[in-house]
Write a protein that binds this ligand. Sequence first.
Ligand SMILES: Nc1ncnc2c1ncn2[C@@H]1O[C@H](COP(=O)(O)OP(=O)(O)OP(=O)(O)O)[C@@H](O)[C@H]1O
Ligand SMILES: [Mg+2]
Length: 504
Amino acid sequence: MDKSNDNFLIIDNISKNYGVVQALKNVSFTVKKGEVYTLLGENGAGKSTLVKIIKGEETPTKGDITLDGETIKNYSPMVSKAMGIAMVHQELAIFENMTVAENIFPACDYLTKTGAVDKKRLRKEAQDRIDMFGMDLIPSQKMDTLTVAQQQMTEILRAISAGSKCVLLDEPTSGLNKDETENLMKIIDRLRAEGITIIYISHRIAEVMHISDRITVLRDGEYVCTFVNDEKLKEIDLISRMVGRELTKSLYSRKAYTDTISDEVFFEVKNMNKKNAVYDIDFQLRKGEVLGFFGLEGSGTDSVSRMIFGLEAMESGEVFFKGEKIDKVTTTTMVDKKIMYINNNRKTAGLLLNSSTLNNMSMPVLKEYSRGAVINNKRLTEHTEKYVDAFSVVIPSVYQKPRNLSGGNQQKVLLSICLGKEPELLITNEPTRGIDVGAKAEIHKFLLEAVEKGVGLIVFSSELPELMSLCDRILVMKNKHIVGEISKEEISEEFIMTIAAGGI
Ligand SMILES: Nc1ncnc2c1ncn2[C@@H]1O[C@H](COP(=O)(O)OP(=O)(O)OP(=O)(O)O)[C@@H](O)[C@H]1O
Ligand SMILES: [Mg+2]
């Protein structure tokens, strides 16, 4: 194996087993100093496991890691920290009741002579970092008051502030919008120019092709191939190596369905307001229609999605479902009416991470599968297996805990829980965030089949291709108002962005 000086990292024949699950099988490759090296693969391919091994958080079952010319023995997160390796995890790892500054720097780095934390200095250092990287953050702000995107930016700042030689970024952009993603791309460019090695993971192929020097594809825990990212590389090459078969189209399109929209109003919101959150929100979802919402960060789409499900209180406004006014919009009344909400932040979205997937899936449907106090376990297992199959959840058995599933597979379980309840109306907020291309198509297909069966669907998404392939109509929000409505015939990415960014 090549051990020349410009190699930063050598992965040599690494395998990792978790009980019967073999997450990695004899993986070998080499990362050069100062390159952006991307790991690409479907949900459960082994990407996060591999970067956790590189960070010393997981121990490989076999194989060696050579870092900066040194083959590592007794590796641990402490050792990797000392060697200048920093990591942004796929799941947010923040201290919620601390400030932004305290999250960026360990407070003990800034002590006064008496040993107390020098808060003024800590804030100043944090402000300098925030300015240096042009981020929209305030050092004294408490983490739990931030949006998911701002929390993510704080975590990224922590990793790149640590005097790092190598930064591992596991899906850093999954919670970021277009502008924030572009900003991160600039930051990565800068780090690369400074000679810092970046190992990058993302499901967004366009972004991967923009930022990477080289791209390694993993499939089912195995090394497949490495592409040099030059003009010749095509998106389809990456996708077909990732899924191991030809994919004719990466998204499932609503256009394949017959036009079944009726005039009947299925769900309606009238004059919904909340100061500083949303103003004059009026819309109707007709029976058989898929309605989309698009808006840039801060436009108010997130609040609309939460308010119409009762997760956030409205100050005024009325909500109607199947012609009847809902007196009190709370999550309990909505679930009773078979209205379900799929959240965009899976950490707080209600997965019981330490209970089995079967238990998680059973929660909302226990009543349907029980007679009195007797639960029909066989049917519950069949119910769970049906969804596990439909979404190709990579899981050894339905008894596996969601904690031990890959990020994308957790998201699939969450979706299954909501769909398993057989809702009449589904409100989805970023339904396929962090989900790979192949599974995304399956989930879109599943959603649209539900629509065919009469389920109402409202999709809030920051991914325009997703909205364009699912929706019949898209409402565009800006400055907390609905500012535009686009019908299926007019839908184009440029047009939606022009309205959302305020060009029209
Ligand atoms: N602690 C664990 N215990 C048991 N199995 C695990 C554990 N961690 C990961 N796995 C399994 O290892 C495999 C690889 O998971 P990993 O998280 O590395 O996938 P990934 O490529 O990061 O996927 P995603 O794109 O969904 O994040 C999966 O089948 C997962 O269920
Ligand atoms: Mg992962």
